[in-house]
Design a binder for this molecule. Structure first.
Ligand SMILES: C=CC1=C(C)c2cc3[nH]c(cc4nc(cc5[nH]c(cc1n2)c(C)c5CCC(=O)O)C(CCC(=O)O)=C4C)c(C)c3C=C
Ligand SMILES: [Fe+2]
Length: 467
């Protein structure tokens, strides 16, 4: 992918030849009045980073350093040269919905939540979202975060881009940006960004569940970024560089790495296995099911508000799985708990993997073939007012405890058009799902994922234009 394949970039101060001869801004100086309102300001691809974004890449305080360097070369991270699966694959950043939801689920995740720095206001938030949109529109196409990138900023400045994705990007990278409830109103009721009136009525928190041991430091946040890619380094590069751009404006609150998808979001994908060895994602909503997506995933006009239509809610739950306990459980019991055959993922009522479970089917003695307390029975739409969700989770393994047990599990991600609908299913699961014995939830978050970015827009623009 060459930079020439992208819409003509506009020239932002100090970023390329357009700034030749311009006075070098002093690092740490307030942005010029016009900063953030650069030429072609509508286009995330064409905008360029704000002056503050560029300063952040310099480390936020290189006293006296000039950033008015004329850099003429477009820096391009070569695509598809590593031989990694999907290395040359790219998904557009712009669209009706954000990428990273129905996009065929990639193999690796780096998820991050951020808090906006105290004292910052609405314009600062908008500028950050513009900078993130600009950088995301580049890195998802295999480019460096800025035109100067990893190598063309000259020998006397830290490079704009950290460089580790060069040669392996974009690897199917998607960057999905979301808003926490605290962005609209803090727990103390503070309206830091003049957004309280825009808080959607459906944007509720999840109730506490049985087996919830929630670490607040690993939950929630003002903003989130979900970076998914088919190469782990590309996903980490995305979060690392977007975090750098946010320096001085938003601070990383928590982050989670995930490996090996635990779902399928397209009919083109095989069903993967989770750390319990189960086929996971069989009955998921897929990109090829537009009616189900409209009904269960995308925020519709009747749900609103208008600015959020075509967006969705992301539920993230870090669920530790007691894998050593599970590993000692007999195969037949493991299957009873799940309600599906472990080898082929078929429901215990019979048929193949993709056949619907028959919860009324019995054996010769009259016993139900699928236990009423099995996971599949508890979470099935027929037991939950027809509610479905789009699951997009990942495995995690974060070391071990002092008894030698792995700290491993499922970083569960689901997209629904109202958190309350997720809670209905979740309550049913928490109440008497046989699975609960093997699970412990250590973090829980809800983020609103605003609709997609139009050519010429930035993530969340609809919200800020709404009032
Ligand atoms: C409340 C939402 C859910 C949580 C939390 C959850 C955790 C969880 N699930 C598995 C493993 C499997 N889940 C499966 C199906 C399935 N799970 C949910 C919801 C939650 N799971 C739904 C809605 C469904 C689909 C139900 C249906 O329509 O049939 C399956 C079966 C295969 C599949 O369809 O994907 C497995 C296996 C784990 C390990 C886990 C927490 C660690
Ligand atoms: Fe499940």
């Amino acid at each position: 992918m060459s930079e020439d394949d992208l819409p003509e970039p506009s020239r932002s101060p100090g970023e390329d030849s357009g700034s030749q001869g311009a006075p070098a801004p002093e690092a740490g100086a307030d942005p010029a009045p016009e900063a953030g309102a650069q030429e072609n300001a509508g286009s995330p691809v064409g905008r360029g980073l704000s002056r503050r974004g560029m300063l952040a890449l310099l480390g936020g305080g290189v006293a006296g350093a000039s950033i008015g360097v004329a850099g003429t070369a477009a820096v391009v991270a070569a695509t598809g040269s590593s031989g990694e699966p999907g290395a040359g694959l790219s998904y557009p950043f712009a669209g009706a919905h954000q990428a990273g939801i129905v996009t065929p689920e990639q193999e690796h995740l780096h998820f991050a939540a951020f808090d906006i720095r105290e004292g910052l206001g609405r314009d600062d938030l908008i500028e950050l979202l513009q900078d993130w949109s600009y950088a995301a529109s580049r890195i998802t196409q295999g480019l460096d975060v800025s035109a100067r990138g990893a190598f063309d900023g000259g020998p006397y400045l830290p490079p704009d881009d950290t460089g580790e994705a060069t040669g392996i990007a974009p690897a199917g990278l998607t960057v999905t940006i979301g808003f926490g409830r605290s962005l609209f109103s803090t727990d103390a009721g503070e309206d830091r960004f003049g957004l309280a009136a825009q808080l959607p009525e459906h944007f509720t928190e999840l109730p506490k569940m049985i087996n919830d041991f929630i670490d607040r430091g690993r939950s929630a946040g003002d903003l989130c970024i979900q970076a998914c890619a088919n190469d782990p380094k590309v996903a980490v590069h995305a979060i690392r560089n977007l975090t750098r751009i946010a320096f001085g404006r938003a601070q990383l609150r928590w982050s989670q790495l995930g490996y090996g998808r635990t779902s399928s979001t397209s009919t083109s994908q095989d069903t993967p296995r989770n750390l319990f060895g189960q086929k996971d994602g069989t009955a998921n909503i897929r990109a090829e099911e537009p009616d189900r997506l409209e009904e269960h995933v995308w925020i519709g006009e009747s749900q609103g508000p208008d600015w959020a239509v075509n967006g969705t809610y992301l539920i993230a739950r870090r669920i530790s799985m007691t894998i050593e306990v599970w590993d000692g459980v007999q195969l037949g019991e493991q299957e009873r708990v799940t309600g599906r055959d472990k080898r082929d993922g078929a429901p215990l009522s019979g048929g193949g993997e993709f056949d619907e479970p028959d919860f009324a089917a019995t054996d010769a003695s009259g016993a139900l073939l699928i236990d009423e307390r099995s996971h599949v029975a508890r979470v099935h739409p027929s037991n939950n007012d027809g509610i479905r969700m789009l699951r997009r989770g990942y495995n995690f393994t974060d070391g071990n405890d002092d008894q030698g047990r792995l700290d491993a599990g499922l970083f569960f991600i689901a997209f629904v058009n109202a958190p309350e609908r997720f809670s209905v299913v979740h309550k049913n699961m928490a109440r008497d799902d046989l699975f609960i014995e093997y699970l412990k939830t250590t973090a829980s978050s809800v983020f609103l994922i605003p609709p997609g970015v139009s050519e010429g827009g930035y993530v969340g623009q609809q919200l800020f234009e709404a009032g």
